[in-house]
Design a protein. Structure first.
Length: 270
């Protein structure tokens, strides 16, 4: 029972660390997927008095991925519906050209402002509409989510590492007599702390497995997609398996590092 209690005392903080790290990974994947969806829908409207080509504007801004010309017939048809009597064939020749500009990635507010200034400088461009107010709200929301996930990760990480350190100190005290005897016979540091490292590895495996199973259920059940109201979140079971390997390595590094720190604090054998 005591041995089980000792294992649980390390598994819980390790689980908290790995859970927080995986939470950050998932949130980051969801945000990237959301940005990708927004980027497919978000566009900048450019009004020009001449024809523009993708190659021409990419010289000024390489991040532009697509240039789509809008049909001016739609404007003419709207004028017709309003009963405006003009020579529409002649008007078509005088109307400026409208383009939708799509970017390769969702821009920051600073990037958007810089992009707008570069497009305005292109010869023949009369106006650029970037819908800055709508963009600013969306971008601030995404930035808020990122910062919250980082803050959550930092708090859990620091607190849990301290708990891991305390538990390894307890293990060190429990096995101190045996480790002292081994030190008297000249056993190297790694051999004296082999029992602590073994316990750390076992608990890291258990913690990683628990986190993997929990997130597998959440992702596989479709709970997140229903909660967010989307078809997919850009995060799959294969991504989770890759993350599990990283989580195991991280948990092992944290626990073994704490073992080394605790062992270095042991009094030297005369």
């Amino acid at each position: 029972m005591r041995s089980l209690k000792n294992h649980v005392s390390l598994i819980i903080p390790l689980f908290a660390i790995l859970f927080a790290v995986e939470f950050y990974f998932v949130i980051n994947a969801i945000i990237k997927d959301y940005e990708s969806r927004l980027n497919r829908d978000y566009s900048i409207v450019v009004v020009a008095n001449k024809e523009l080509t993708l190659q021409e504007i990419k010289v000024h801004e390489p991040d532009i991925a697509q240039l789509q010309e809008l049909n001016s017939t739609l404007v003419i048809e709207r004028l017709k519906k309003n009963g405006i009597k003009v020579d529409f064939n002649e008007l078509k020749n005088f109307l400026p050209k409208f383009y939708k500009v799509y970017l390769s990635s969702f821009p920051s507010s600073q990037k958007l402002a810089s992009l707008r200034n570069k497009l305005v400088e292109i010869e023949g461009v009369k106006r650029v509409e970037a819908f800055t107010k709508v963009h600013e709200k969306i971008y601030r929301f995404l930035l808020f989510l990122k910062n919250i996930s980082k803050l959550f990760l930092a708090i859990i990480f620091i607190t849990s590492v301290m708990l891991v350190f305390k538990q390894i100190e307890i293990w060190n005290l429990e096995h101190s007599e045996r480790m002292y005897i081994m030190a008297l016979f000249g056993a190297p540091l790694w051999m004296r702390n082999a029992i602590l490292i073994k316990l750390s590895v076992i608990d890291t495996i258990v913690s990683t497995l628990l986190v993997y199973l929990l997130y597998s259920y959440v992702v596989g059940s479709g709970y997140l997609t229903k909660l967010l109201g989307v078809e997919s979140i850009g995060f799959t079971s294969s991504d989770l398996f890759k993350d599990a390997l990283w989580l195991f390595a991280l948990g092992l590094i944290i626990s073994v590092f704490n073992v080394i720190i605790v062992s270095m604090r042991q009094p030297k054998v005369a």
